[in-house]
Design a protein around this ligand. Structure first.
Ligand code: ZN
Length: 166
């Protein structure tokens, strides 16, 4: 895949393509950027902030939370999304913002892409901000092509893929 375009921080035009107002876009970036300050990352010292814009236009933030047992640590995206889910936001997310202290922008890890796939629409934009607020934006379906999601599984109570006999 070709390297995605990096938009300068003062260009909010891509946000309008995804139905975000300039104010919503600015708030998303400010929120994700400020959320980095919440990170607990004494081991990697790699701060990540994430914000989910919900269908009711709430901005829900999270940051990475590490652990002395390294694999137990949780990324900012999953912290923020789990927070949103337990607050009742399980569908219709309008945008995601992720912010780090590096440039070019970092993208969500594979585990977070799959975690988002459960709740976030495939066409939802993921804005990835660098240390200066410049950004790349891609839809979830571009970050996670041919994804496996809840629509591939039978609904509760339906027959499974092997039929009704099990
Ligand atoms: Zn992750």
């Amino acid at each position: 895949m070709a390297q995605p375009k990096i938009y300068p921080s003062n260009d909010s035009s891509p946000a309008s393509d995804f139905g975000l107002s300039p104010t919503e876009f600015t708030t998303l970036r400010t929120s994700a950027t400020q959320a980095k300050a919440l990170a607990y990352c004494p081991y990697s010292r790699f701060r990540v902030g994430a914000t989910f814009l919900t269908s009711s236009s709430d901005f829900i933030e999270g940051a990475n939370v590490e652990n002395a047992s390294y694999p137990v640590g949780t990324c900012a995206e999953r912290v923020a999304l789990a927070k949103a889910v337990v607050e009742g936001h399980t569908e219709g997310f309008r945008a995601v913002g992720v912010s780090t202290d590096i440039s070019p922008p970092a993208s969500p890890c594979g585990m977070c892409r799959q975690f988002m796939r459960e709740f976030v629409p495939l066409e939802c934009p993921i804005f990835m901000f660098d240390k200066d607020g410049n950004y790349v934006v891609l839809k979830l379906e571009q970050l996670l092509p041919m994804s496996f999601g809840p629509d591939q599984l039978p609904q509760p109570g339906e027959a499974g893929a092997q039929g009704a006999g099990l």
